[in-house]
Design a protein around this ligand. Structure first.
Ligand code: NOJ
Length: 761
């Protein structure tokens, strides 16, 4: 029997079982509309079963948060059979998921299938670069493809819902979760959010290789005070609307069916209990029809925050605020039935939440075939396939950013060189997998050492130099940093001394960024800075390859080291991507999606800041907006990145000097590849509205294009600016486009470019 026939037989069998229990099977009728199917089913559900749909449990082995005491295997099994569970997270693998789905579908009264969620953040088993790195590619097609591959592998392993994309904008490199987002800019962040949602969900959610996306964390988590994890956020409305919300809105417009709320408070209200965010904005103004899942235990944390008195109060506040599904607090399943019965919570709110959840399950086709994602044959075929590896290699090399290349140290010659490769991270097959890779097997990345060994023309000698961390590395434990073992220094200095060039790989191990990994120093952890300086003393022809999940502040390296390559954590194909860039088989084209500060004291730092009332040192006195011990500018600005070739911009033109409000402003610029290599440049358009009813940033990205250029080639790039790009939200959340002068700048980085201006009449 082929799979299709088997599945149809199952559905028919299910119908018979259902009929014999005296239930209507009309919701299985595909000719009915989605809303009809949902309400037919809802009508048959007991209050307990409804609340069950709002309950999400962690699966049996992996966990990604603190486990509540009430979650024994036995309790979960009983709840599954009773129809008191709507979703599971962290279960994976076609076989395991099928077995659990079977309990829900075949043993519970109504047989409502579960939806299986997982943090497929940058791949399932074949990992792409961490999302921040991918954002550095500015290549929306490659980013969409990467999400598609993730969906392909995850959906074959039983999963149909990813807790991604993370669309949190952040200005603070101290916050470890910047590795999961797209950086500091809402425009770039919105484009990338759209690409990722499209990649995960595809055009057809009903297909067996697409999964539901979840825009998270709604909202403002990226502005957690002092970059400290799980902390408070205080923010004015115009910042919320102009900086934080756009990527969420873009995710919604791209069709994201679910949102996850946040651990943080916003202006004193925990996001999970925030009606304004979830009911007024998301489900109200924006008309979101999908469902909101809480973050892990965040309904329970309403009590800890000091916002709810007890479990019942927290449940009531969360459901009233619009949190539809409880991830691992176990509060809804314990409290909601009572709360409805005693009149604290209106059953209509429960019905609304359940309808949203059921709709997504119907859309996924789970009622037609609850096992459609549990395909062990497909799982074997797609997981880790050659074509998936090729695709993640492609996006990995596109994500690399060349920060410095003095005297053309790079690209390396392919023969005749003696290369010293130094650093524990150079041989590390685990760290490039990043922090969110719970489905990938440990040590499955190609290391830089392995990648470079593929180039046989040179002599390559490897020395570790120093360990970055000691002890066990895992998602759930603190990383122990090595600060006292210098035993590898001498051997690495010896190797460096006699080499033509030193390639040194330094930075953070995979678990030094990500959730719960805030840092107060954003330098090279442990002994690595010291190692770098010692190596430089014996051989100053050094290429520094950085592995990190956040911007680092490396002023010494930036001043002394001739070549610096930002290689983030690039996923499964990491080492191959790095080697191809070092040897010039890929000409780097990445641009920073987040400013790299000079020192941690500059955080938060971002390019689209306000002018302030005193931006310039006018009379040589101290009374201007500055630090007395650091420059204001970052070490490397947003949008910055070099290439082995060079680009020149010319002929910036506007189609007119004056436009009427509502007319499209057309901007064009010529760009020429003036160097010796073919390459790609990210052409960036920034605007500035110098006089407005609320202060606008000194510049804002409003267009970009990734332009391939052969050496010597010139191309014209055109941009359009409409009301969508020219306006802003005021402090009441109203969108305004105001008349007046606009400045524009076009170039290859946020701090320099050709300038012009136009008038909006
Ligand atoms: C907590 C994280 O904040 C969230 O992003 C993630 O999806 C859940 N844990 C589930 O792992």
């Amino acid at each position: 029997m082929n799979q299709k026939i088997k599945n149809s037989v199952k559905v028919i069998a299910l119908m018979i079982v259902t009929l014999s229990y005296g239930q209507s099977k009309a919701h299985l009728d595909k000719s009915k509309s989605l809303d009809e199917r949902v309400s037919i089913l809802l009508e048959q559900m007991t209050l307990e079963e409804k609340v069950g749909q709002m309950n999400q449990y962690n699966g049996s082995w992996d966990f990604t948060g603190p486990l509540p005491e009430s979650g024994s295997e036995e309790v979960k099994y009983k709840h599954l059979k009773n129809g008191w569970v709507g979703s599971m997270l962290n279960l994976r693998g076609a076989k395991a998921v099928r077995a659990t789905q079977q309990i829900a579908v075949e043993e519970s009264r109504l047989g409502i299938p579960l939806i299986f969620g997982f943090d497929v953040v940058h791949g399932y088993k074949t990992l792409s670069p961490i999302p921040l790195a991918e954002a550095a590619s500015w290549d929306l097609e490659a980013i969409e493809k990467s999400a598609k591959i993730a969906a392909d592998e995850a959906s074959a392993a039983g999963l149909n819902w990813t807790f991604a994309p993370n669309v949190d904008i952040s200005h603070d490199a101290r916050w470890g979760r910047v590795m999961e987002g797209a950086g500091e800019d809402p425009y770039l962040g919105s484009k990338i959010a759209t690409a990722r949602v499209n990649g995960f969900q595809g055009k057809n959610l009903d297909a067996n290789n697409t999964i539901v996306a979840c825009a998270k964390h709604f909202a403002a988590y990226g502005f957690t005070e002092a970059g400290k994890e799980y902390n408070r956020v205080d923010m004015g409305m115009s910042k919320l609307y102009n900086i934080v919300l756009p990527p969420f809105k873009a995710s919604l417009d791209a069709g994201a069916r679910t949102f996850m709320n946040s651990f943080s408070t916003l202006n004193g209200i925990p996001a999970t209990g925030d009606r304004f965010l979830q009911r007024d904005i998301l489900k109200g103004d924006w008309g979101f029809k999908g469902f909101v899942v809480s973050d892990w235990g965040s309904i329970g944390e309403l009590v800890t925050h000091g916002f709810a008195a007890d479990d019942a109060d927290a449940s009531a506040k969360a459901v009233k605020a619009g949190s539809d599904m409880d991830m691992e607090s176990h509060f809804y399943v314990k409290e909601l039935v009572k709360l409805v019965k005693n009149g604290t919570v209106d059953e209509a709110l429960v019905d609304d939440a359940v309808s949203r959840i059921l709709s997504v399950k119907f859309e996924l086709g789970l009622f037609d075939d609850p096992y459609k994602y549990c395909d062990e044959v497909r799982e074997k075929q797609v997981t880790g396939s050659a074509s998936n590896n090729e695709a993640v290699l492609d996006v990995a090399e596109k994500s690399i950013v060349l920060l410095k290349n003095e005297n053309n140290v790079l690209p390396l010659k392919k023969s005749g060189l003696k290369i010293a490769l130094i650093g524990a991270l150079a041989a590390d097959k685990n760290s490039p997998l990043g922090s969110w890779r719970i489905a990938a097997d440990d040590n499955t990345a190609v290391s830089v050492l392995e990648g470079m060994q593929n180039y046989k023309g040179n002599t390559l000698v490897y020395e570790k130099g120093t360990e970055v961390s000691t002890g066990k590395q895992s998602f759930i434990h603190e990383v122990e940093v090595n600060t006292d073992d210098f035993s590898g220094f001498d051997a690495s200095k010896n190797v460096a001394k006699s080499a033509d060039v030193v390639v040194i790989v330094l930075g953070e191990i995979g678990f030094q960024s990500g959730e719960a990994r805030s840092r107060t120093e954003i330098d090279l952890p442990g002994n690595q800075q010291q190692l770098l300086e010692e190596i430089y003393k014996v051989n100053n022809n050094v290429v520094l390859v950085l592995n990190n999940g956040r911007p680092l502040a490396l002023p010494w390296a930036s001043e002394h080291i001739p070549a610096i390559v930002e290689a983030w954590q690039l996923g499964t194909q990491s080492g191959n991507a790095v080697a191809r860039v070092l040897y010039g088989d890929y000409n780097p084209s990445g641009k920073l999606p987040m400013s790299f500060p000079r020192n941690v004291g500059q955080c938060p730092i971002y390019y689209n800041h306000f002018n302030t009332g005193r931006p310039i040192n006018k009379d040589g006195n101290v009374f201007w907006s500055h630090y007395i011990d650091s420059e204001n500018t970052p070490l490397y600005p947003f949008g910055y990145g070099l290439s082995y070739t060079s680009f020149e911009y010319s002929n910036l033109k506007l189609s007119q000097e004056q436009y009427k409000l509502g007319e499209t402003v057309k901007v064009s610029v010529e760009i020429t590849n003036t160097g010796d290599y073919d390459g790609k440049e990210v052409v960036q358009l920034y605007i500035n509205d110098p006089v407005a009813s609320i202060v606008r940033p000194i510049k804002e990205l409003k267009g970009f294009e990734l332009v391939p250029l052969k050496k010597g080639e010139t191309k014209t790039v055109e941009f359009s600016l409409t009301n969508k790009e020219l306006g802003f939200f005021n402090n009441n959340g109203e969108y305004l486009v105001e008349k007046g002068t606009f400045n524009i700048m076009v170039g290859g980085r946020s701090d320099k470019g050709l300038k012009s201006q136009f008038e909006l009449k």
